[in-house]
Design a protein around this ligand. Structure first.
Ligand SMILES: [Zn+2]
Length: 392
């Protein structure tokens, strides 16, 4: 018996990725089916379903699961679920569909057939209700709200068969781990308690400190990167991965940190997103998730600790992956060490703060980045990247 935390929902992992045989057959069938173009968020959700990261879901949600997830954070069978996972179509397309139809799901950008869905239900939703509960705002300037408001008017629910994971397995060949693979790797290392650390940035000293606090109280830390769509100006995954690996190789004992990535697209839903991040990590085999300040937030829609507090509102047994709530981390010149907002008594003027904008400036203009802020091995990789941008 595995000593790792069990997958969400009480059963085994449910990867929905087709076997090679099923795939060939399904692709032949897909040629005769109506084709739906997926948004990048739907593509990301389909990949998550395929790898089993959304266990126990078997496809896109029907109305009752949608409503339960939105208003009560519960599927219709009572299982905890904090964010709706839905597929939307325009009225024209949906009008011609009948329950029992099968649809081919194509990547909206590449047109590759990624999967099939069996239509069990067609329904319309109150999009404002979804936004109010999930994002705590209906402001169209919020990037997650904006996507919900822009999606098609009709939702289609039903089980999916996933036929492709796009270019992820090839493009991120050392990084792309499915939940059954991460679980196997944890077991191989003899880990029982594993802390996930979510990141979409290169890791500087403050992130390293968070990851090390997590590693101190568990068997190891799973540094888990967002590989889905990023905002313009973000560091590309290839560079970020090298920078993180340089930090691990030079500043972590061997066998205490694993770097991996997964195909989620950020919704920036703050507290609700922290919950789904924990649920997903439970499926990957993690007993804990590091939840720092302003986890998965954007702008000033959420209080800095909202994503930590929301875990206290869950009912017993809702979620087995627990938050490691850690306050903001920084270097403090008075403490002469890394410190956190929880324990360091000194005024912010003694804390080292470098904004993202200022860091980019320092890197691209060859200024020295303080060693208290970022490790020299990490800085060297980022500097080389910004230099290559300058030449391009
Ligand atoms: Zn201090």
């Amino acid at each position: 018996m595995s000593k790792l935390v069990p997958p969400h929902g009480g059963g085994s992992l449910r990867p929905l990725l087709a076997s090679a045989e099923e795939r060939a057959d399904a692709l032949r069938r897909a040629k005769r089916l109506k084709k739906v173009s997926l948004s990048s968020r739907e593509v990301s959700d389909l990949f998550m379903l395929g790898m089993g990261a959304y266990t126990p879901l078997t496809g896109f949600m029907g109305h009752d699961d949608w409503k339960g997830a939105v208003t009560e954070m519960k599927l219709s069978d009572g299982a905890f679920w904090p964010i709706p996972i839905t597929l939307s179509l325009g009225r024209d397309m949906a009008g011609n569909l009948r329950v029992g139809d099968e649809l081919a799901l194509a990547d909206g950008e590449t047109d590759e057939i990624l999967g099939l869905v069996m239509v069990r239900e067609k329904y319309t939703i109150d999009r404002n209700l979804e936004c109010k509960h999930v994002f705590r705002t209906t402001d169209p300037k919020h990037p997650g709200v904006e996507k919900v408001l822009r999606q098609g008017e009709v939702n289609v629910g039903g089980p999916v068969l996933v036929l492709s994971e796009g270019d992820y397995p090839v493009r991120y060949k050392d990084l792309y781990l499915r939940p059954e693979q991460s679980r196997a790797e944890f077991e191989r290392r003899g880990w029982k308690q594993v802390a996930a650390f979510q990141t979409r940035n290169p890791m500087h000293r403050s992130h390293e400190h968070l990851a090390k606090i997590a590693a101190e109280v568990t068997d190891g830390v799973f540094i888990h990167q967002v590989l889905g769509k990023l905002k313009g100006g973000d560091i590309p995954a290839e560079i970020r991965t090298r920078a993180i690996q340089a930090m691990i190789d030079n500043y972590f004992k061997p066998n205490i940190a694993i770097q991996a990535g997964y195909p989620i697209e950020m919704r920036y839903a703050g507290p609700r997103e922290a919950l789904i991040h924990a649920l997903i990590r439970q499926n990957f085999g993690c007993s804990h998730l590091v939840v720092g300040r302003d986890h998965a937030g954007v702008g000033s829609y959420y209080g800095p600790l909202d994503a930590q507090h929301i875990f206290d509102e869950l009912w017993d047994g809702a979620l087995l992956c627990k938050p490691l709530k850690i306050d903001v981390t920084f270097y403090c010149y008075k403490c002469a060490s890394m410190a956190t907002g929880k324990t360091c008594p000194h005024d912010p003027e003694h804390h080292l703060a470098v904004s993202g904008t200022r860091l980019r400036e320092m890197l691209s203009q060859g200024e020295k980045v303080p060693a208290e802020f970022s490790r020299p091995e990490v800085v060297a990789i980022l500097r080389e990247y910004y230099r290559s941008l300058g030449k391009a």
